[in-house]
Design a protein around this ligand. Structure first.
Ligand SMILES: [Cu+2]
Length: 647
């Protein structure tokens, strides 16, 4: 059957290279679409409330609490040079954290559009503290008074089965729980179909696995086409899965800082330097915990300066810094410098997983580094020794980054001035996440990836980043398939089997860096290949670790040079089945199409969990499973939106 084109849209973006993008929305009649989101017979708890709310489902775990009213003075921001405190924090109790969010937008004095999640009491983007096994129940109302003003995309129909509304607009929102190994079903960490439009209320009930690794995660909206301006607008917050003190005992009892680094459109609209990044102008400005570090060029073509934010520390004391790069587009290369000398940081966790904690023994082993490369969406947690009284200049900086001939220039710039003095937050237990809990015995609870390195590989695949500079299309391509920009109505490009391990090679065919992310699972980074021959350094400390983000540098364009690539072991041994996405986490690229869908299906004939494939091809086995699943789950998908389902 010929596909039917039923919609066209254009998107405008800040950056010249991506100012125009033509999307064709292709409806593919497919039986597989019918089971999207509902594999495994999970019953969604989510509720969309329009102007005429349908009957509300309830369950013991999730009680509908009604719409969340708009909050006055939303999305507050601090002044440049301000003191950085931990964000406000909320803590689970009795296995549940209930949160009510009003999603709002406003325009700041520099005409930048801000976005945020506000609690009814006025907390902005609070850090959500949970324990493994807890439920995170979020009732969120989309109170955005206007859509993304930089976006001219028209409404787009989302094919059934739907989760919430069935029309995606430039004012839609949803929430992704980045890095969490939670379920991709409607009402949990589902982003392909989940649509909450202005005036609507949606309820999440996210169950964290009992063996979730203790560490730092984060949340943000994930609507395709507008994720970049929304994340840059600031609708992001940290999630802490508690317990790292019993996996990396070195961090137990230390003063703790939660540092959420964001980016936003540059305040002066300065142009980046051509090639070589010579003029000191960054692509985006940074903020840390909403204290801005705007670039400032006082004289045309003159030097660009930055005013760092400030923290107060006690001299010569160990602290535990938990840094989330919640930038939309900005890669960081973090370094702590005392009088210009790079300090040794003890890296305790990457992307929510304590380093060296999954295999060999129960006690993780921190990794000493003098800098750490943090792709957008990645997290680094490390022990810092604060400067002694003899140090005159102490800073957290990001060193200069050039992401390739088609990429961006980011100069060396300061993020924090580290000021000695005991008047700061460090050790201030009045703020209840200002200190890591005390050690209370080694934990075996968070080792969900143990044994991945030696598990049999069920399938090997090649995926790659590519760009078409003539059409400004960005692709997350799968070898052997035509390149296509993302469309939420497309069928999955890859079908994998729950219970297996796959080895993926991720290449970069484009001439700028891209950042690989897959939802729902982590992967073991086996190797970084062909980086140096393309003029790029390997990132330190990440080979052999369990990540949800990895950077693949740009190709240098020399036909004699192989593409840069990374080799990954993907862990599908967890319980999650369903459809979810893998994409570049430079969100500007994701919005332009650099995303694709994977379906994980329950094992069927020809497969054994944790074993290699026995007969047939993977796709054959998946198709057989999908067909049988249709009859099992038909009629279940989202019927509870008007039905009254329970868990
Ligand atoms: Cu990218």
């Amino acid at each position: 059957m010929q596909p039917t084109v039923f919609g066209l849209g254009t998107i405008t973006r800040w950056k010249e290279e991506t100012t125009k993008h033509l999307r064709s929305f292709v409806q593919r009649p497919t039986i597989l679409g019918l089971i999207s989101l509902s594999l495994g017979g999970m019953v969604p708890l989510a509720v969309a409330q329009g102007p005429t709310p349908p009957t509300q489902p309830t369950s013991s775990a999730a009680v509908n609490e009604g719409p969340v009213a708009s909050v006055a003075n939303p999305c507050p921001r601090f002044s440049a040079g301000g003191v950085v405190d931990n964000p406000p924090a909320l803590f689970s109790s009795g296995g549940v954290l209930r949160v009510r969010f009003s999603y709002q937008t406003r325009t700041d004095a520099n005409n930048r559009q801000l976005f945020c999640f506000m609690t009814p009491s006025g907390l902005e983007n609070p850090t959500l503290h949970l324990h493994p096994g807890d439920h995170l129940i979020i009732t969120v109302t989309n109170n955005a008074t206007q859509g993304v003003t930089s976006d001219s995309m028209g409404p787009m129909a989302i094919n059934a089965p739907n989760c919430g509304d069935n029309t995606m607009t430039n004012a839609s929102m949803n929430i992704h729980y980045h890095g969490t190994n939670t379920s991709p079903v409607c009402g949990q960490d589902e982003v392909i179909k989940t649509i909450v439009n202005p005036g609507q209320t949606f309820q999440y009930d996210l169950q964290f696995p009992a063996n979730e690794a203790p560490g730092l995660y984060w949340y943000h909206p994930h609507i395709h086409g507008i994720s970049d301006p929304i994340v840059m607008g600031g609708a992001t917050g940290a999630i802490v899965v508690e317990g790292i003190h019993n996996v990396q005992p070195e961090v137990a009892g230390l003063p703790q800082r939660i540092l959420v680094i964001r980016d936003q459109p540059q305040i002066q609209g300065l142009a980046e330097g051509a090639g070589g990044c010579t003029n000191g102008v960054p692509f985006r400005d940074l903020t840390v915990n909403n204290v801005p570090i705007d670039s400032n060029q006082a004289v045309a073509n003159g030097p660009v300066t930055f005013t760092p934010a400030v923290i107060h520390v006690r001299a010569g004391e160990k602290e535990y810094w938990r840094v989330s790069n919640t930038s939309a587009d900005t890669i960081l290369d973090l370094q702590v410098q005392y009088d210009g000398v790079a300090q040794t940081l003890l890296l305790a966790a990457i992307d929510g997983v304590p380093v060296n904690s999954q295999d060999s023994n129960l006690r993780g082993q921190p990794i000493p580094v003098t800098h750490f490369r943090l792709p957008p969406a990645s997290r680094a947690e490390f022990i810092v020794r604060t400067p002694s009284s003899r140090v005159s200049s102490a800073q957290l900086v990001t060193t200069s980054i050039n992401t390739g001939s088609a990429g961006d220039c980011d100069p060396n710039r300061p993020i924090l001035n580290i000021a000695s003095g005991d008047d700061g937050q460090a050790g201030n237990d009045q703020i209840n996440d200002a200190r890591v809990a005390n050690y209370s015995g080694l934990s075996d609870g968070g080792r969900r990836f143990a044994g991945l390195a030696t598990a049999p590989v069920a399938q090997s695949r090649l995926v790659f980043f590519d760009e078409n500079p003539n059409t400004n299309q960005f692709f997350m391509a799968v070898a052997g398939q035509p390149e296509a920009v993302f469309d939420p109505n497309n069928p999955p490009a890859i079908t994998a089997t729950q219970g297996t391990v796959e080895q993926w090679t991720v290449e970069n065919h484009a001439m700028e860096n891209h950042e690989f992310h897959i939802h729902q699972i982590h992967f073991l980074l086996q190797s970084q290949n062909n980086f140096e021959i393309n003029g790029q350094p390997q990132a330190p400390a990440i080979v052999g670790q369990y990540l949800d983000m990895v950077e693949v540098p740009g190709w240098d364009g020399n036909p004699a040079h192989p593409f840069p690539s990374v080799k990954l072991l993907l862990d599908f041994r967890g319980p999650d089945i369903g459809d979810f996405v893998f994409h570049c986490h430079i969100l500007n690229h994701e919005d332009l199409g650099m995303m694709n869908i994977i379906r994980v299906v329950a094992p069927s004939n020809g497969w054994n969990a944790n074993q290699t494939r026995l007969t047939g091809t993977g796709d054959d086995a998946s198709a057989a499973s999908a067909k049988s699943s249709v009859s099992n789950v038909k009629g279940v998908a989202f019927s509870t939106v008007s039905g009254g389902g329970s868990k």
